[in-house]
Design a protein around this ligand. Structure first.
Ligand code: ADP
Ligand code: MG
Length: 382
């Protein structure tokens, strides 16, 4: 925080009005359900985007990231337009654009930020960036917007301004998660429930394995899956796949007949929603270890039905399970990014070593492995 504050002073010559942080996230279960009005269950990482921000009255937005080469980028608020910016600045500028478009009186800002959320690793560095700006402007301009609404505006910034078709999970996780909890979120009405998730107290750990394979979110595959899910819902005559009940899945699949693509996508989404509800039930009844097989089933569904895994992600999951993990699955949008591994604390070293060795043997770039402890959501630091 001090570093970001100092950086601001060096750049702009005055103290910032405040400093805010917003975390990246890991999704425990509930993948590709958030644009199907379904359930997700992310928790916040200790990795955060930190931004020092001051207001301006002259319609100018100045942006700087300590993590990107180059100087301060200066934009005029009146010039902000969807998909006009292909650089990192589109994320914070998009938030300002979304706030103003919704009628909020934002008249400019100076921003300096830095982030410890690995970028492009499926851990939502983009949402952290959006949410930290949204919260800062909400506080400074006294907009009084609730967290869920800030998340909505950030999603709009990413969907419309950046041009990346993401669901509502990432921004809500960054804005609303609480330390020591996973967030059970119904993406239809945005109702939330904080589920205590303290693995350390039960002798377990959750590892994140960043495969270092770069996913390309705004690229075609995500959009194709999304369009495919919408097509499936239309074929079944429902508003969203959320509306296909789990106990009616066989009927629904029969109605899709030999439309193999629709069958696969619908089966993943409907069973994944069921896995989220099962995970919540298990955690609430204290059967934490029993979520392991649910995570594994989720991975198989993403790999075989949704087809968004990749060899590196499968290798993490297979190796971890063969080395004694309780559960493992890919997390995030897919095609690279990160996997999570649930393990007994005593097995962490063995599993980590096995995964690293398997990557070396496969000729892959060494993965980055770290332990994830559910951390706080976005907040003001000073
Ligand atoms: P993810 O959200 O999974 O990390 P995305 O592709 O959605 O991946 O977002 C990554 C993008 O967010 C980067 O390409 C960059 O434009 C922006 N970004 C992330 N972290 C930073 C940072 N510290 N400074 C500037 N831009 C960042
Ligand atoms: Mg992202």
């Amino acid at each position: 925080m001090e570093q970001v504050q100092r950086g601001f002073v060096e750049l702009y010559g005055t103290e910032p009005e405040g400093v805010w942080s917003a975390p990246g996230r890991v999704n425990l279960i509930g993948e590709h359900t958030d644009y199907n009005d379904g359930f997700v269950m992310p928790f916040a990482l200790p990795h955060t985007a930190v931004a020092a921000v001051s207001r301006r009255a002259d319609g100018v937005l100045r942006l700087h990231s300590a993590d990107v080469e180059g100087g301060v980028v200066e934009l005029r608020l009146d010039d902000l337009a969807p998909e006009s910016d292909r650089n990192w600045t589109a994320y914070p500028a998009g938030v300002v654009w979304a706030l103003r478009e919704a009628g909020h009186p934002v008249t400019g800002a100076d921003v300096h930020l830095a982030s410890t959320v690995p970028s492009g690793a499926g851990l939502s560095s983009s949402a952290a960036l959006e949410v930290v700006i949204a919260l800062a402007l909400n506080d400074l301009y006294e907009l009084g917007l609730p967290r869920w609404q800030l998340a909505r505006l950030c999603q709009r910034a990413e969907n419309v301004y950046v041009g990346a078709p993401t669901g509502i999970m990432d921004q809500t996780a960054s804005a609303c998660c609480e330390e020591g909890h996973a967030l059970f979120l119904d993406t239809r009405d945005l109702s939330q429930k904080q589920i205590p998730f303290d693995l350390a107290a039960e002798g377990m750990r959750l590892l994140v394995v960043d495969t270092r394979v770069k996913h390309a979110h705004s690229d075609g595959e995500y959009g194709k899956r999304r369009a495919g899910c919408e097509r499936g819902a239309a074929l079944l005559g429902v508003d969203a796949l959320r509306d296909v009940p789990y106990d009616g899945l066989d009927d629904a699949l029969a109605r899709l007949g030999d439309d193999e693509e629709a069958v696969r996508l619908v089966r993943h989404v409907v069973t994944e929603d069921e896995r989220v509800e099962k995970t919540v039930a298990l955690l609430e009844s204290g059967e934490t270890r029993a979520i392991g097989p649910v995570l594994v089933a989720g991975h198989a569904s993403l790999r075989d039905d949704f087809r968004i895994s990749c060899p590196e992600l499968d290798l993490v999951v297979d190796t971890a399970l063969a080395s004694g993990a309780l559960g493992a699955r890919m997390t995030g949008g897919g095609f690279g990014g990160s996997a999570i591994v649930l393990a007994e604390a005593a097995d962490v070293d063995t599993i980590t070593k096995a995964v690293e060795e398997a990557f070396a043997a496969g000729g892959y770039t060494a993965p980055r492995v770290f332990e994830a402890v559910p951390a706080a959501g976005a907040r003001r630091l000073s």
